[in-house]
Design a protein around this ligand. Structure first.
Ligand SMILES: [Mg+2]
Length: 368
């Protein structure tokens, strides 16, 4: 069961949604950047993972292949939590947040996928069993900063069967436009991606109250402003959601101890993988907060999130984030399509599905 190889496979899959916003992180944001991790053992068992890699594919790939792979080759693939602890400990000097942790996350997901395949059990069965066989999805809408276009996207999401949705915006106008289109029954979330100062957040949170939002996500920059987030949560009365950029359970401990979050949002391809996500889920339960995973993924990261949600006792009341951008190809063909606003848990071993070889070939990023 010794690990023979750890590979990172970069893909770029164009999507159809476009905004007129300036380039994102210095690039035109018009394609899904997916970094798959493929781990194989000496006896031929394979597991697939995914590391967050938007606008950072080259450094995350290097971290997987040059920093983590040498620590894993020859190790027993079945000792996942111990291996992840050891690798985190060795690599802590390179930062506990960002590129190295994204890389660790992809490796961890691949090891869990492999463990399920070896056992003949799905991931959710390994995690204690499914509490739901389908998981509702909320439509996570692209940021347009254009009330007409976001209203059009919201209308399309309702037609497609989504029962709740999230608006990415920096103001309240887009939210009003969406509420006007979807009516009062559809739960709405608002995400600024850490944009406002505490004073701006206070002013805009009060403006958003008119639209009855379920949560306000990452309202304040910098993201570590836990005391300001707690104050905003208490003063505005609006539930606050944060955590997609937090890595390891230790950062979540600070968030929860500060009372900064109503909804806690670990991102499986950033936080440290399935191993670390489970710790965050347990801590969230202990603090009495709600879990609302971040999952703007389309590969193993999305599958892992589906299984992790299904493993929660609260699964029937939870939903998975689905980024509605219309990719031109799917790693899983039609096996992972949203149906009436929900995703069915794939029943196969491990994550339940394997990447399509044609998509891996056709959308693989060529070395520079
Ligand atoms: Mg977000």
């Amino acid at each position: 069961m010794k690990i023979r190889s750890v590979q990172a496979i970069p893909l770029s899959i164009p999507f159809e949604v476009r905004s007129r916003l300036p380039a994102w992180r210095g690039k035109d944001f018009g394609a899904l950047e997916i970094l798959l991790v493929r781990i194989e053992t000496e006896d031929g068992c394979v597991g697939w993972g995914e590391a967050f890699s938007y606008a950072c594919q080259v450094p995350v790939k290097a971290a997987i292949e040059q920093m983590i792979a040498p620590l894993l080759i020859g190790q027993d693939a079945r000792r996942i939590t111990g291996l992840m602890h050891d690798v985190q400990k060795v690599l802590h000097i390179y930062g506990r947040y960002g590129v190295v942790n994204f890389a660790l996350s992809g490796v961890d997901i691949a090891l869990w996928d492999m463990a399920g395949r070896r056992a003949g059990l799905s991931l959710v069965e390994l995690l204690g069993g499914a509490n739901a066989s389908t998981i509702d999805a909320y439509a996570s809408l692209f940021r347009f900063d254009d009330p007409d276009r976001v209203a059009e996207a919201a209308r399309a999401a309702v037609s497609a069967g989504y029962k709740s949705m999230k608006v990415h915006t920096r103001g309240s106008v887009d939210v009003g436009a969406v509420r006007g289109v979807v009516g009062s029954e559809i739960p709405l979330m608002v995400d600024t991606n850490c944009h406002w100062t505490p004073a701006e957040a206070s002013r805009l949170a009060h403006a958003l109250k008119a639209y009855d939002i379920r949560w306000l996500e990452e309202p304040i920059y910098p993201p570590e402003s836990f005391d300001a987030l707690r104050d905003l949560r208490q003063e505005s009365g609006i539930p606050i959601a944060i955590g997609e950029n937090a890595c390891t359970v230790h950062e979540f401990q600070k968030i929860l101890a500060a009372g900064a979050a109503t909804y806690v949002q670990p991102s499986v391809a950033k936080v440290g993988g399935i191993t670390e996500f489970r710790k965050v889920a347990a801590l969230t339960e202990a603090y009495g907060a709600s879990l609302a995973p971040h999952s703007t993924y389309f590969g193993p990261g999305f599958l892992a999130t589906l299984h992790l949600i299904a493993a929660q006792p609260a699964a029937p009341r939870m939903s998975i984030e689905h980024f509605v951008v219309g990719p031109e190809a799917s790693l899983y063909g039609g096996a992972l399509d949203v149906q009436d606003g929900a995703f069915a848990l794939p029943p196969g071993p491990g994550l339940g599905l394997q990447p399509d070889g044609d998509v891996l070939r056709d959308y693989r990023v060529k070395p520079a």
